[in-house]
Design a protein around this ligand. Structure first.
Ligand code: GLN
Length: 453
């Protein structure tokens, strides 16, 4: 598949041919990365423009948008997310919805109501989640680039499992207007691309202040692509204690990558991340609390699916019981519980304090360096059905969720392979609004490693 940088140079007829090829390949593919509509075609927002795959939780005018949930089946969006308008201005267009975990809750794309998506590097394995369709489409040669969303790792983790590049931008740098909310204080839209340069290009197009999103930042961030500098020398913190939780192969790749970063002229310092055992608990209390409130609007009255019923209460209960899948229901229950008046102080309020502490610990480390280097996941892509319990799945988010709690930017790139030839991904974490350093460093490392899958 051609890159975004190459696609930006294509003429109209070449673009048209490319789109036809993407549709043909998507239809013939066994990955189930794209979601086809009722007439078995891809949703296409604009005839002109470079085609970008869109996660099914981002509103595109006149498209069905469902968060891969039965409860939104048949819902046609009346408006564009702000980032879709921005893409149009840059001659890009939405082209096909891609699969995800229902309401972005999950790490495997197994909870989609459209069925599982397969990992293009090994189809017996999950592509990760929740942006599993986005990562599988890009890594599987079915998309030039894609948009995903990251609430606790959903851009970085699937790109690490599939072997492509993903950026979770600083909270507030990319508008959330038109992103169907999971956990509003953590969600960010970001690019999923074949390489670092494309990531910078797509980030520059979608970032920037939006008055329609009250959490959008007015910080005037310069475009990153024109300033990309793979030779910039940076100070990078490594977290050797924490990395001991990862598989031996990931630990070994981490050590090798550190040597490569040193050989590129970066300064490496060792740091310890304190209290990492609180990350998962804090995230799952806050994200489920916010989700329980955000998902209250799906009641059978306003959007999508409506169950047969005889009275209003019955309508709510039946629509929500039949429309939401098991994982979403579990999280609504957990979130409602931690917000209930009896337990609010014990769980929700405490988690808010823990969040402030975690944020402070990241910022403390970033006072002494430009970037933090860490694995994205403790293991490489598992086989389908490998999480025995929901808790098993939650624990696999250990390296990614702190970044969302701290509202920082992080970029995931493939940096090695395990003995099954599966991609190993690492992430750079930076200071708020310093996506430039992430991209510079990742660009240099990508060139040096020159990995081919
Ligand atoms: N795996 C995490 C969860 O299930 C992250 C999801 C995400 O980033 N959307 O909540």
């Amino acid at each position: 598949m051609i890159t975004l940088k190459q696609a930006l140079l294509l003429g109209e007829s070449d673009l048209k041919n490319l789109k036809e090829e993407i549709i043909k390949n998507a239809k013939n593919s066994n990955l189930n990365a794209y979601i086809f509509n009722n007439s078995n075609t891809l949703d296409i927002s604009q005839d002109n423009g470079i085609p970008i795959a869109i996660k099914d939780n981002i509103n595109v005018k006149n498209w069905e948008v469902t968060c891969a949930s039965k409860i939104l089946k048949g819902y046609i969006s009346p408006y564009n997310a702000s980032i879709i308008d921005r893409m149009h201005e840059a001659n890009l267009c939405g082209f096909g919805r891609v699969n995800m975990d229902e309401f972005a809750m999950g790490s495997t794309t197994e909870s989609s109501s459209y069925g599982i998506t397969k990992n293009p590097r090994d189809i017996s394995r999950v592509p990760g989640g929740s942006s599993g369709g986005s990562a599988a489409a890009v890594a599987g040669g079915l998309a030039i680039a894609a948009l995903g969303s990251d609430t606790g790792g959903s851009i970085r983790q699937p790109t690490a499992y599939c072997g492509c590049v993903g950026l979770k931008p600083t909270y507030g740098s990319v508008s959330r207007y038109g992103l169907i909310a999971y956990s509003s204080s953590l969600d960010q839209i970001g690019p999923i691309t074949q390489n670092v340069e494309d990531c910078a290009l797509l980030f520059d197009i979608i970032k920037g202040y939006d008055k329609r999103d009250s959490t959008s930042s007015t910080y005037d961030q310069k475009p990153t692509h024109p300033h990309l500098n793979p030779s910039k020398k940076l100070k990078i913190a490594v977290l050797k204690d924490w990395v001991k939780n990862a598989s031996i192969e990931i630990q070994n790749t981490y050590e090798q990558n550190i040597k490569t970063l040193q050989s590129l002229g970066h300064t490496i310092i060792e740091k310890t991340m304190l209290d990492t055992k609180h990350h998962v608990a804090t995230y799952y209390i806050l994200s489920t609390a916010e989700a329980s409130s955000n998902l209250a609007r799906f009641d059978g009255v306003r959007y999508g699916f409506r169950a047969e019923s005889t009275n209003l209460k019955d309508l709510y209960i039946k629509t929500r019981s039949q429309g939401f899948g098991q994982e979403v229901q579990r999280r609504i229950l957990l979130g409602s519980f931690v917000l209930s008046s009896k337990y609010y102080d014990a769980y929700y309020l405490k988690a808010l304090k823990a969040r402030a502490m975690i944020k402070q610990q990241y910022e403390e480390i970033l006072k002494d360096c430009d970037l933090i280097f860490s694995p994205v996941t403790p293991k490489t892509a598992p086989k389908f059905g490998a999480s025995a319990t929901p808790l098993d799945m939650y624990l696999s988010d250990i390296y990614t969720i702190g970044v969302n709690l701290a509202a920082l930017p992080a970029l995931s790139i493939p940096t090695g392979k395990d003995s099954n030839n599966l991609p190993i991904g690492m992430q750079f974490i930076g200071r708020a609004f310093d996506e430039q350093s992430l991209l510079d460093c990742a660009y240099g490392l990508e060139r040096e490693l020159n990995l081919v899958f």
